[in-house]
Write a protein that binds this ligand. Structure first.
Ligand code: SF4
Length: 311
């Protein structure tokens, strides 16, 4: 889906901002860090993928393939899922990732397949009666003048004819505590997911204003599985996106674009560092907090800093 002519953003953005870029460029999200964004987009240091990320992608591929029969125009909402296709898609992605990452454990593809196939089996039960309208929707929209590129995992048709926006998260650990009526979700995590869904909702509104009246029904479905867990878990959280949520994310989008343009990318040491590819080099350049990043980075490289980063 595309709308409008893109406006100019710094070359480092590739002309458009994704949710993960917005997340890095604003200080409101748990894992965001503008310095991390600058290492990847301005300094163009390679991003180091992890087995957990690859497993999440493999699961997404499996779900999309399994849901394919539901996307046939005349299919009933309860058309059987293509579980064989889903498992084949998981296998294909794991093999591809293993070829690219030969330093990962030799038995990683088999171990990952074992828990992901169990997880897909459990998740399929959750999907039994879901009326799927779209999966993996590529969103190219301009929201408040900022070009966005995003991928919405799924759009469901509800009984009353309205649409529901769904995001699927594969995780190695639950994002909630407790069970049954006593479940308490991690507030920071929910806030991040809600902001991501609000951004996609704003894109859908820009593309199809009549189809997405407020409030917009949204849902995050969390599938928990890992090599270390005996049994996968699945839990869903329903959300309602209001004008307030969309207004908040639009304001953050403008902040993110201004930061991208600004050229000064402050580090944000904290929980984000745990999963950051750039920790080895970051400690050397943490002092660059107020100067334009590009110039400081070039000086750092010219004095041999990049060799340190590559060690
Ligand atoms: S190590 Fe931490 S402060 Fe440095 S770029 Fe990564 S997330 Fe940001």
């Amino acid at each position: 889906m595309t709308t409008g002519a893109p406006v100019s953003l710094p070359g480092a953005c590739g002309g458009r901002l994704s949710w993960s870029q917005v997340q890095d460029l604003i200080p409101h999200t748990r894992y965001g860090c503008a310095r991390k964004w600058a290492f990847q987009k301005v300094a163009r240091l390679p991003f180091v993928a992890s087995p957990a990320m690859a497993e999440g992608s493999a699961f997404d591929d499996g779900v999309s393939a399994a849901l394919a029969p539901r996307l046939v125009r005349e299919a009933a909402p309860s058309a059987p899922l293509d579980m064989i296709g889903g498992l084949e898609a998981i296998t294909a992605r794991l093999r591809r990732e293993a070829r690219e990452h030969r330093d990962w454990a030799a038995d990683w593809p088999e171990a990952a397949y074992a828990h992901l196939s169990d997880a897909l089996g459990l998740y399929a039960r959750e999907l039994a009666a879901v009326d799927v309208a779209l999966t993996q929707v590529k969103l190219e929209a301009i929201v408040d003048g900022v070009p966005i590129l995003g991928y919405a995992d799924r759009v469901d048709r509800m009984e009353d004819g309205s649409l529901r926006l769904v995001d699927l998260k594969h995780s190695g650990s639950p994002k909630w505590k407790g069970d049954g009526a006593d479940v308490v979700w991690e507030a920071d995590w929910v806030a991040d997911v809600q902001a991501q869904l609000a951004l996609y909702a704003a894109c859908f509104q820009a593309l199809q204003p009549d189809a997405w009246p407020l409030p917009i029904a949204a849902r995050v479905e969390v599938v928990v599985s890992s090599r270390a867990r005996k049994m996968p878990l699945v839990r869903a959280l329903d959300l309602s996106l209001t004008d307030e949520h969309l207004g908040w994310v639009r304001a953050r989008l403008r902040d993110a674009a201004a930061t991208a343009w600004g050229g000064v990318y402050a580090p944000r040491p904290g929980v984000a560092c745990t999963f950051c590819s750039y920790r080895p080099v970051c400690a050397d350049v943490l002092a660059m907090t107020t100067e334009p990043f590009e110039r400081s980075w070039q000086e750092f490289v010219q004095t041999g800093g990049l060799n340190g980063a590559r060690r």
